[in-house]
Design a protein around this ligand. Structure first.
Ligand SMILES: NC(=O)c1ccc[n+]([C@@H]2O[C@H](COP(=O)([O-])OP(=O)(O)OC[C@H]3O[C@@H](n4cnc5c(N)ncnc54)[C@H](O)[C@@H]3O)[C@@H](O)[C@H]2O)c1
Length: 391
């Protein structure tokens, strides 16, 4: 039976913005969601102009406050069903809190907030209202991330000894912020980005990937926040040496000054029986290596349960809609998968059957808070001669 199309409202996205566009494609991916309105820019006039110039008709609003207030007055079915927040980090808490208070589920970009107080406030609001909230850790949405999580947590690799979670880029190797690149301008400004540049921007992705795939938590870590480009106030290179709650260890290594690296994000997990390797730049497959056995590369769409090696693979993973392997899935598909799962929760919420998301399908508000707590502790470690700290 066909369902009503869910309506999405954008906070941010005008004026040459970046991440709104992959989100918009992902929202429209299945035909069951669509963008209907937006407050696209901090300047009220520009926001209205940008809305008029949007590639298809949307209701434009001069500010996110006006959008949430006006949308809340509309009848159910006509108003937005969830808000998507794609603004710089200092404009996450304000619209998220206001939307939640008005009863709108929220899909929010990472890092969750500027500081722990804001993150705590969102966690308390979401828990109080039992309302869907997704933090846009894109890479959890790759089908192969989900398979990696299943393989590692099934015990195939044995006890996890070491995890190398990385996110290496080169786009801030020079003074990109002085070259009219708006994405760079706010990312190097502590007022808009927060207490950590590289750590907040991509370190939180690497941390989330580590936690999602292994199911393990960082218990304590030493952090190194370094700035290689002269005059930059925030780190452009971020390293954390971590202890995990199973006794294993990990490194989270991130950089924005490694020339030649684009979005070199990935994870290697070493257990006492084997290793798993996954890279987001080649997300169609992952490799498992067990001692004394040939390496196995599993392609998305080519996985059979009980193949004599993998054991049971959850039906929910195998049945999940995807295109045949070899027709590459990528960044948009990963985002689409997150919006698809979120849509299910929004519909359940509206029908009164929502069960609080357990984090197996997308990053929750608690995951987002943990990312911020990790950054706060990282800054503390860095300022105290890289002392051990707990997130
Ligand atoms: N999940 C991912 O993989 C991923 C990738 C890139 C960026 N991000 C995150 O997405 C967010 C946006 O990043 P970006 O690179 O797209 O930034 P961007 O600078 O390209 O876009 C920001 C947008 O927010 C708008 N904006 C700013 N203040 C506003 C306000 N008060 N009201 C309405 N609109 C406002 C700007 O006009 C612009 O349209 C950041 O939090 C970033 O960390 C996530």
């Amino acid at each position: 039976m066909s369902q009503r199309i869910l309506n999405v409202g954008l906070v941010g996205g005008g004026g040459g913005a970046f991440i709104v566009h992959p989100h918009q494609k992902a929202i429209h991916f299945d035909g069951t969601r669509r963008v209907v309105c937006g407050a696209l820019h901090p300047d009220h006039e520009v926001a209205m102009k940008e809305a008029k110039a949007w590639p298809f008709p949307i209701r434009g609003y001069s500010s996110y406050q006006a959008m949430i207030e006006e949308e809340a007055k509309k009848p159910s079915g006509e108003r937005m069903d969830y808000a998507l927040i794609v603004t710089p980090n200092h404009v996450h808490h304000g619209p998220a809190k206001m939307a939640l208070d008005a009863g709108f589920p929220v899909f929010c970009e990472k890092p969750l907030t500027l500081n722990l107080e804001e993150a705590d406030d969102l966690v308390a609001t979401v828990q109080d209202k039992k309302i869907p909230f997704c933090v846009a850790h894109t890479y959890l949405g790759h089908w192969t991330s989900r398979l990696a999580r299943h393989i590692v947590q099934s015990g195939l690799l044995g006890k996890i000894r070491w995890v190398d979670a990385r996110y290496i880029q080169g786009w801030l190797a020079g003074r990109t912020e002085d070259q009219g690149v708006i994405q760079a301008e706010w990312r190097v400004d502590p007022k808009q980005a927060g207490i950590s540049g590289c750590g907040g921007d991509i370190g939180t992705h690497a941390l989330m990937q580590l936690r999602y795939v292994t199911g393990l938590e960082v218990t304590r870590f030493q952090a190194f926040l370094e700035s290689f480009v002269e005059g930059r106030r925030l780190d452009d290179h971020f390293t954390a040496y971590c202890e995990l709650n199973n006794g294993g260890k990990a490194i989270i290594r991130c950089s924005q000054i490694s020339i030649g690296h684009k979005n070199d994000m990935g994870i290697e997990v070493n257990g006492d029986k084997g290793t798993l390797i996954w890279s987001q730049e080649e997300p169609e497959c992952l490799t498992v290596k067990l001692a004394g056995q040939p390496d196995r590369t599993y392609w998305r769409g080519e996985v059979q349960p009980n193949d004599g090696f993998l054991g049971d693979v959850p039906a929910s993973l195998l049945e999940e809609p995807t295109i045949p392997s070899g027709h590459g899935e990528g960044f948009h598909d990963a985002f689409a998968r997150l919006h698809r799962f979120f849509e299910e929760d929004v519909r359940a919420y509206q029908e009164g059957t929502y069960k609080v998301e357990d984090g197996s399908r997308y990053a929750t508000v608690e995951d987002g808070r943990l990312g911020i707590a990790f950054l706060v502790a990282a800054v503390e470690s860095n300022q105290n001669d890289h002392a051990w700290v707990a997130p």
